[in-house]
Design a protein around this ligand. Sequence first.
Ligand SMILES: [Zn+2]
Length: 311
Amino acid sequence: MTTAFYSHPDCRGHDMGAGHPECPARLDAIEDHLIATGLAVALERREAPAVEMAALGRAHSSGFVAELRDVLERVAARGEPCAIDPDTVAAPGTWAAAVRAAGAAVAATDAVIDGAVANAFCAVRPPGHHATRDHAMGFCFFNNVAVAARHALDVRGLERVAIVDFDVHHGNGTEDIIAGDERVLMVSIFQHPLYPYSGAVPMGTNMVNVPVPPYSRGAQVRELIEANWMERLDAFAPEMIFVSAGFDAHRDDDLGQLGLVEADYTWITQRVKAVADKHAQGRIVSCLEGGYNLGALARSVAAHLRVLIGA
Ligand SMILES: [Zn+2]
């Protein structure tokens, strides 16, 4: 059984302008490094399909989906970008990228549940974990992980899924969508205070939010994960695990002030995989979120993938 690697050329077509850290080169850096390290040959490459509108409607309000589609299709037709918030730009290629990003997460979920692959990584953009039920924000348009988790529950009939978020920023969008949905346990770490300045007080009993002070290093983060995530994940016994895989808590990433290194991403992935192997038949779907230092991003994704592959 193999690890699937989902992506699509359209995910590179979403370009928020010169100098924007959430840039198409992120995916090139990942792919180049996978080729250079020989990891690419160990992955089963799959093309991400476009998501169905009904799948988006399981995590977002139908009004939001219709409105965002309208805005993004008009931007694509006009060929001129339009700012959604100070950090988030709807560009002509955004709609095509966003439907492939969410579509990758849903297709990966199906492939893993069907047993076609052991687990999957979605190298996609735009990222998703800041997208709330009703708002695009923070470089995110649709919440890829929440859409996939709801697909697993509502369409594929799973009863319990976990969402693990180790991006340096709090996954406020995912929390907004799944807080109070007792079929989902979300565990996260994030620097606090930092954008979007939420998460210190969890919005539901199914949320395990672990704020981490700036300048914390790997050892402290590992201790907090061990103490706060592991018992809850074990007791919850998820049938599948979704990962919001952001690599911007890396020491070399300028968007946060945490000090993780590649070995910490290896360790976190091993801890998540241990839960998946014990309770969830190894089922993991991991989706790229942040990670803006290109070299650190590429090396950290490789570390994450090595564990998923079992190399
Ligand atoms: Zn982030």
